[in-house]
Design a protein around this ligand. Structure first.
Ligand SMILES: [Zn+2]
Length: 467
């Protein structure tokens, strides 16, 4: 096997073809394991031979990193965490000893913003950048993108690699690219105007941003379904695209279908978790591009299909800064599904619905914000945004209060009638208790009470004092 694989940049499937690569996407699980093992053997050997970090990190392992016999041996390599990367990059700035190519071959520098600690840096070589484009083109093809589409990328073009990854994939596929960006004052109003002029057929953004775009359009007197021309949307960065009620809301608002995507910036090609145009909820794991294991959050041992755990990701064709067995900290459940697309990949059946750190424990029950979002969006009085307030009185259990907006119409008609208002509050309380299994407090707020986000929504307000 040739490693890293060489791709022909002049290859394009014919538009009516379902697959970019039928062979890779529909092979039997046993054949796929063989393909993955061959790629991982080469990837781990290469990283071990070229990276001072991995030489040290694998110092005490019981297996031979230059000659892994099977996927079980691969699973004995230590898990890499964000803290490991931070520590290594602090000791050996800026990249750490991860870089396996001459430093002048770094083609792009990206990273995380560092809102929760020291920023992490990714150095990406030109060959890797091209392979990212190839992988994303293949996956976007599966999502339904075709060369005659126009893709609007309505996410910020910065250090954040998400928008660039979407762009390079759409470019490689041969679509018309419309890198609009986001985040500047007044930019969403301009996005509305440009959408009505250019009529892009595909949108990349976050689910929150798509809803914000629709709200802005309506305020400006447009109807997102009739005045825009979106055929489909692909999202990352938030669980919304696999939250059934949010998915339906976006699809109904724009009259299009949506596809959930995204692993982690560190793992770019981050589209290796991606739905297709048929999948109702969740994401296929394009295992031959980025290999995903599911790991128990406590024991850190591998879990079988059907179980819930933390996805751990590995590059399979990275020469510049490979990440091997990288701990995502996300929570998901994986299984095989019988998808009409015919792809034989395992699937994160409900997408990524939580973070190990975001999991709220209320009276012994695990509660994820995405579940609460799903319930709220199913209630017609809901006004569009919410916050979760966590409090703890000394010596007592944690209390969760859901602050939910009530639609402007409902609020206006009932504001002066507390009894009617109380009915809505009780309905919210009952529906939430039924869905999550424990009682939570509910406070109603007028529509627009909470700030709309152009990026990832931050909805948890943690007022607990450490006890
Ligand atoms: Zn599918």
């Amino acid at each position: 096997m040739e490693w890293p694989p060489k791709y022909h940049t002049d290859y394009h499937p014919s538009p009516e073809q379902e697959y970019w690569s039928r062979e890779l996407e529909t092979m039997s699980p046993a054949d796929r394991d063989k393909t993955i093992l061959a790629k991982l053997q080469a990837q781990v050997r290469y990283a071990y031979q070229n990276s001072g970090f991995y030489q040290e990190f694998y110092k005490d392992v019981k297996v031979d990193p230059t000659n892994l016999a099977n996927l079980e041996e691969f699973a004995q390599l230590p898990i890499l965490t964000k803290e490991d990367i931070r520590h290594e990059q602090e000791q050996h700035p800026p990249y750490g000893r991860f870089i396996c190519v001459p430093i002048q071959e770094i083609f792009r520098v990206h990273g995380t913003s560092g809102t929760t600690g020291r920023p992490t840096v990714f150095g990406i070589g030109k060959d890797d950048w091209d392979r990212i484009g190839e992988a994303h083109a293949r996956i976007l093809w599966g999502a339904g993108l075709r060369p005659d589409d126009t893709v609007m990328v309505a996410a910020v073009f910065s250090l954040y690699v998400g928008s660039w990854g979407a762009l390079v994939g759409a470019e490689r596929l041969g679509a018309t690219c419309f890198p609009f960006g986001s985040g500047a004052p007044g930019q969403t109003e301009r996005a509305v105007e440009w959408c009505t002029m250019v009529k892009p057929t595909a949108l990349y953004a976050t689910p929150s941003y798509a809803l914000y775009l629709a709200e802005t359009a309506r305020q400006m007197g447009f109807n997102p379904k009739e005045d825009f021309g979106f055929r489909f949307m692909f999202f990352s960065g938030e669980p919304g695209a696999s939250v059934p009620a949010t998915k339906r809301l976006i699809e109904d608002t724009f009259g299009c279908y949506i596809v959930d995507q995204g692993s982690m910036a560190e793992m770019t090609p981050w589209m290796s978790n991606s739905g297709c145009k048929y999948l109702d909820s969740g994401m296929h794991l394009w295992q031959d591009i980025v290999y995903t294991e599911m790991v128990d959050p406590r024991t850190r041992l591998n879990l079988s299909l059907g179980e819930e755990g933390v996805p751990v990701y590995s590059h399979t064709e990275r020469t510049s800064q490979p990440m091997i067995r990288y701990w995502s900290g996300d929570i998901a459940r994986w299984d095989m599904v019988d998808c009409p697309c015919g792809r034989s990949y395992p699937t994160l059946i409900k997408g990524i619905y939580g973070r190990v750190d975001d999991m709220i424990i209320v009276r012994g029950q695990n509660v994820f914000p995405s579940r609460i979002e799903d319930v709220l969006r199913g209630l017609h009085e809901f006004g569009g945004e919410f916050r979760l307030v966590l409090e703890r009185e000394p010596g007592h259990m944690d209390n969760l209060t859901v602050q939910a907006e009530v639609s402007a119409q409902e609020y206006a008609t009932r504001e002066f009638n507390p009894a009617e208002f109380e009915q809505i509050r009780e309905r919210f309380t009952t529906e939430l208790r039924r869905a999550i299994g424990v009682s939570v407090g509910v406070q109603l707020k007028p529509a627009g009470a909470f700030e709309r986000t152009q990026f990832k929504a931050r909805r948890i307000i943690d007022l607990r004092t450490p006890s």
